[in-house]
Write a protein that binds this ligand. Structure first.
Ligand SMILES: Nc1ncnc2c1ncn2[C@@H]1O[C@H](COP(=O)(O)OP(=O)(O)OP(=O)(O)O)[C@@H](O)[C@H]1O
Ligand SMILES: [Mg+2]
Length: 240
């Protein structure tokens, strides 16, 4: 069965460095799928290829049955893939609300409609109380939730999340975990890159592990997080 997203034998090289090497996986509709692996393993590069920020050197990517590798990032966003950036980049001098409205204007030209979408999403992301605040004045947890809100405002079918829990305290992590679970329950398919294993184990139905650009394991959290190769290359012996 082919998934909502199918990545087949995808590779990316930067001069001498192979950042992603022959990676294949499928994400099914409604699934929460996690990509984990050490720093520099190729996770963000993989996202950049799915989202159209860069084209793969080899392999193919399909979304909802249509080939998307080689399309521009705006064309891919239009087809229903939303993404967050590892280094969050809201418009710093705009308010929270206007940042989310800009995201919503991706899929409607009508300002009133965009404001309604923004209101709904700020409410889902616990940002309504901060709506008038300037983005640059937000704390890290609020900035991370704003980044998710901006991506969601384009009404994606598939949401790519690049380390949205990095640097957060456990209570803030739990808050995002609860929000993502609710979004997923409402039908959103989510592909997340994450180093916070507690969150990965709580959210993901399947995990792909990258190491030096290659997929070294794929499966359920119970199996993957106990896989000796994964423990050795990434989690460390203390994880056992
Ligand atoms: N645009 C680029 N040009 C050259 N090299 C790059 C580029 N982007 C990434 N790389 C290199 O490719 C490799 C994979 O990087 P990538 O950012 O995909 O890793 P990552 O798994 O997301 O790591 P982290 O967990 O630290 O975010 C690294 O060695 C990185 O230095
Ligand atoms: Mg990264």
């Amino acid at each position: 069965m082919t998934g909502l997203l199918s990545v087949t034998d995808v590779s990316k090289r930067f001069r001498g460095l192979t950042a992603v090497s022959h990676v294949s996986f499928d994400v099914q509709p409604g699934e929460m799928f996690a990509v984990i692996g050490p720093n520099g393993a190729g996770k963000t590069t993989l996202f950049n290829m799915i989202a159209g920020a860069m084209a793969p050197d080899g392999g193919s990517i399909t979304f909802a049955g249509e080939k998307i590798d080689g399309l521009r990032s705006d064309q891919i966003a239009q087809r229903g893939i939303g993404r967050t950036f590892q280094l969050v980049r809201p418009f710093p001098s705009l308010s929270v609300e206007d940042n989310v409205v800009v995201g919503a204007l991706m899929q409607t030209n009508e300002l009133e409609g965009a404001r309604n979408i923004a209101y709904e999403i700020m409410s889902q992301l616990d940002l309504l109380g901060k709506r008038a605040q300037i983005a640059s004045s937000l704390t890290l947890p609020d900035r991370k939730r704003l980044e998710v809100a901006r991506a969601l405002a384009g009404r994606p079918k598939l949401l790519l999340l690049d380390e949205v829990m990095a640097g957060l305290r456990p209570t803030e992590t739990d808050r995002i975990v609860a929000i993502l679970r609710e979004l997923n329950r409402a039908g959103l398919t989510i592909l997340l890159i994450e180093h916070v294993m507690r969150a990965v184990a709580a959210l993901a139905s399947r995990i792909l592990v990258l190491h030096h650009g290659a997929a070294i394991a794929e499966g359920t959290p119970e199996n993957v997080l106990r896989d000796p190769a994964v423990v050795h290359s990434y989690l460390g012996a203390e994880a056992l």
